[in-house]
Write a protein that binds this ligand. Structure first.
Ligand code: NAP
Length: 333
């Protein structure tokens, strides 16, 4: 009998997430009922938000209990189906969980169906949650205008690399901040960023001042902490600070200091706004069309770091926080 292989929450993480915070289990692949489809997982996404979801904390998604299958986005193929919206063989994505098989009626969990010619890696990355986050964060919250000076942190990651390219497509000058010379070279040499700053080796403040002499019009923040403060100190009048994420704080123990330079928002008549991509779900299909057109014309590129093997999911989550990914981090099941 085929087994449903799973990772469940074994312990609430303290500080940096550990492999032992997840435990491996197996159970029989469930039978489907009326209106349901069985999805066999192809790729699972590793996301910084997983760290917070492993805590017993209610925020924008319901908290998970110890012993629950860990929440994870994934793409898969419909293997058996009693639901005509999800025919056998269809490529679907959704919160499939850290498991090799998932039963859905299309509502619990919600499923997106992709055209047959879509690459599953793109469906999970550039056309999936992180691509959508980049699209709506940059366009709806950032509202780029031709000639704007845009700074993106976490720039070589899944969200940041797409957000920066979208700003370029909209006629902006874009500076990326990322960890390490290879990531920085990828941003400038392949993705067309105007400059890249290696925050692990360079003086970020000095480089920002030199690259943005008239200030920053849009700061797309994926990391929070010190880099957010350095950018807040350099915003231009009317700037938009897009609060997408704050990975520098996700594994912190204890209280986290707020940004010191927030008052510059007053002097610069600027706006700092957070958003959650799930709120844009009704517009995902339209956004995916734009992204596919940019990809087809060669104006938008994407990359994935693919870890082979379901058993490596816990290690891959740690690798994400250690910056071992360029572009979208995922596990091939
Ligand atoms: N608002 C939303 O709806 C939404 C949705 C999805 C994602 N997000 C947020 O978007 C951000 C990016 O997510 P992603 O899935 O695209 O991940 P990602 O950027 O592909 O991967 C995480 C990257 O963060 C960097 N990093 C790790 N620790 C850091 C630190 N202390 N300071 C600076 N950089 C650090 C690493 O790159 P380096 O090598 O450059 O350090 C790593 O590769 C996260 O903050 C996430 O929570 C928000």
């Amino acid at each position: 009998m085929t087994k449903n292989r799973q990772f469940r929450i074994a312990a609430r993480p303290v500080g940096m997430v550990k492999e032992s915070d997840l435990s491996y289990t197996e159970e029989p692949v469930p039978n489907i009922g009326a209106n349901q489809a069985l999805v066999r997982t192809l790729y699972l996404s590793l996301d910084p938000s997983m760290r917070g979801q492993m805590e017993n904390r209610a925020d924008y998604v319901a908290p998970l209990a110890i012993g629950d299958v860990m929440r994870a986005g994934g793409v898969g193929i419909v293997e058996t189906s009693n639901n005509s919206k999800f025919p056998v063989g269809a490529l679907v994505s959704g919160t499939l969980g850290m498991q090799t098989h998932c039963v859905s009626d299309g509502v619990n969990p919600p499923l997106r169906v992709f055209d047959g010619d879509v690459d599953p890696v793109a469906a999970l990355g550039v056309l999936g949650g992180t691509g959508m986050t980049a699209y709506f964060g940059m366009l709806d919250i950032g509202q780029p205008k031709v000639g704007d000076m845009v700074v993106v942190s976490g720039a070589a990651g899944a969200t940041g690399s797409i957000a920066g390219q979208i700003a370029k497509i909209k006629g902006c000058k874009v500076v990326g901040i990322a960890g390490g010379p290879e990531k920085c070279a990828w941003l400038t040499d392949e993705l067309g960023f105007d400059a890249a700053i290696d925050y692990k080796a360079e003086d970020v403040g000095a480089r920002l001042s030199a690259a943005c002499p008239n200030g920053i019009d849009i700061y797309f923040d994926n990391v929070g902490g010190e880099i957010l403060d350095l950018c807040l100190a350099r915003i231009a009048t009317g700037a938009r600070v897009v609060l997408c994420g704050g990975i520098s704080r996700y594994n912190a123990n204890g209280p986290i200091p707020g940004p010191k330079n927030y008052f510059n928002l007053v002097f610069r008549r600027a706006r700092m706004e957070g958003f959650i991509v799930l709120d844009y779900a009704p517009r995902f299909a339209a956004a995916a069309k734009d992204i596919q057109a940019w990809m087809a014309s060669g104006r938008l590129k994407h990359r994935a770091t693919i870890v082979e093997g379901f058993e490596n999911l816990p290690r891959a989550l740690i690798d994400l926080f250690e910056g071992k990914n360029t572009g979208k981090m995922m596990v091939k099941v």
